[in-house]
Design a protein around this ligand. Structure first.
Ligand code: SF4
Length: 489
């Protein structure tokens, strides 16, 4: 029998013979597979998706995912920390948490601890020197090696480290235990070729590596075959996809190819880089029915002087040109962005230019950040803005964007939207409310009218919007007065 044909128990039993550890044997005896695992994820969507891969690799090897009660009671055999190097004090936070887990390990000596993600990539051997109770350190390109490292750590009772500089195989070829059945993330590239002065990504994730289109489309098809209605294509700069293969139009071609996948209802992507944004992508978005009219495109600053200091290779006129052409081709498009306030050297005049763009672009939403220096990046060595100035600017920017978002949400009222249902929570079932996202990505809470069909997760509901708030819209349709409410399976 090959491993693919085994049950999880058989597989875990087969593996256990190779694991000469009392803890694994004990776990197996208690029906815990090879061990109960918990993945603690920090950071961006790329990390969230990598954690799905980590879970998939562990489950294929016989580990069993911890339930909430087991997590709350620390009743786990393996904790994996998937770290982020982007957040402020990432290093202190990581070692702080590892210190707390050392205590856990003293109480449960069979517990294994593994550290992956960007901090593992960055700190490598240093982690096991500072935290010798860590069993395994694996880089962003070594997810597939995790179970082998844990086995070896158990066998030889020493920490194992594997951090590759180069990608041997694309992480998406590893199994994934996906968090959502109906919405899947599919990575199309990893790494980044840009050198933004505030960003640590290029040094920890390496240069951009694109995945072959056939592999991407195969994975999307597998997601759809297992029930996904929606996929989000993921990459640090999705629209520079294909440049390494000498094809500048590969991303728009990929979007159009997604349009041919039967049963795939919605395609989204994140994030495009304004510098590499070409009009063929706008045309593909507008002309491919299952590609949603949603665009999250990081602006970072409305000042060309600051964009130059950030080493962002577009200028605000290019950014606004894209916004205008997207709106012309897709008047219903929802555009969101990222903005950094208080980048080193930002003057009040630079900041005013960011506010001007906010007023002109009328983003549906913006993720706004106060600049904080990341060790190892050029901007960390530049002269910093005083904290009180940064805070005051942040508040002004945030307040302005919040009122724009509220106005933009209000424009939905009276319109019919199609919602992919993602939740029918406990509270929802008592109030007859269900939750999902409409086509452009806005969160919708729907009150199911008395006597109408209750939708399930994965169904589509078309309904009239009756109210709006800052970060969601509400549909409480009154069918007798002409509002729409219908369910599609
Ligand atoms: S484009 Fe800039 S901000 Fe984005 S990952 Fe690359 S270097 Fe970082």
């Amino acid at each position: 029998m090959n491993e693919d044909m085994m049950t999880a128990e058989e597989r875990s039993g087969a593996v256990s013979t190779a694991v000469d550890g009392a803890a694994a044997q004990t776990a197996l005896r208690h029906g815990r597979g090879k061990g109960i695992y918990y993945v603690h994820t920090l950071g961006c969507q790329m990390n969230v998706h990598d954690s799905e891969r980590i879970a998939g690799v562990l489950e294929a090897d016989g580990y069993v995912k911890a339930d909430q009660e087991q997590i709350d009671n620390n009743d786990v055999d393996l904790i994996v920390m998937n770290t982020c190097a982007v957040r402020e004090n990432a290093s202190n936070r990581m070692y702080g948490t590892l210190g707390q887990w050392a205590e856990l390990k003293r109480e449960h000596p069979q517990l294994q601890i593994a550290v992956g993600g960007c901090m593992a990539q960055k700190d490598r051997q240093r982690i096991t020197q500072r935290a010798p109770w860590v069993d395994a350190v694996f880089g962003t390109k070594n997810i597939g090696s995790l179970t082998g490292l844990l086995d070896k750590a158990r066998m030889y009772n020493t920490s194992q480290v594997e951090v590759a500089a180069d990608l041997e195989y694309f992480p998406s070829q590893l199994p994934a235990a996906r968090v959502s059945r109906i919405s899947s993330w599919v990575a199309i590239s990893v790494g980044c070729n840009n050198t933004c002065t505030f960003c640590i990504v290029p040094s920890v994730r390496g240069r951009e590596r694109d995945r072959r289109p056939g592999d991407i489309l195969d994975e999307i098809q597998r997601c759809v075959d297992s029930g996904a209605k929606e996929v989000t294509l993921l990459g640090q700069n999705v629209n520079s996809y294909g440049y390494s293969m000498g094809d500048r139009y590969a991303f728009s071609r990929l979007l159009r190819a997604c349009g041919d996948i039967k049963g795939l209802e919605r395609v989204r992507f994140t994030s495009p880089h304004p510098a590499a944004f070409t009009d063929d992508v706008i045309a593909a978005m507008a002309e491919t029915p299952n590609v949603m009219h949603q665009l999250h495109m990081p602006l970072q600053s409305g000042s060309d002087r600051i964009l130059r200091a950030m080493r962002r290779s577009y200028r605000t006129s290019k950014f606004m040109g894209i916004v205008d052409r997207v709106r012309e081709a897709m008047p219903d498009a929802q555009i969101t962005t990222d903005i950094i306030v208080g980048f080193p050297g930002e003057t009040e005049e630079d900041f005013q230019q960011t506010l001007d763009i906010l007023g002109r672009a009328r983003f549906a939403g913006a993720y706004t950040f106060e600049y904080s220096p990341r060790p190892g990046t050029p901007a960390a060595l530049m002269e910093q803005i005083p904290a009180d100035v940064m805070r005051e600017r942040y508040t002004r920017l945030h307040d302005m964007q919040e009122s724009i978002t509220l106005e933009e949400m209000g424009k939905f009222v009276g319109r019919d939207v199609e919602v992919l249902i993602s939740g029918t929570g406990r509270k929802d079932s008592s109030t007859h409310r269900v939750t999902g996202r409409e086509r452009t990505g806005t969160l919708v809470h729907i009150g199911v009218p008395e006597g109408e069909q209750m939708p399930q997760v994965g169904d589509f509901v078309t309904c009239t919007v009756t109210g709006s708030a800052r970060h969601y819209i509400i549909s409480d349709p009154d069918v007798r007065s002409g509002h729409t409410y219908s369910v599609r399976r």
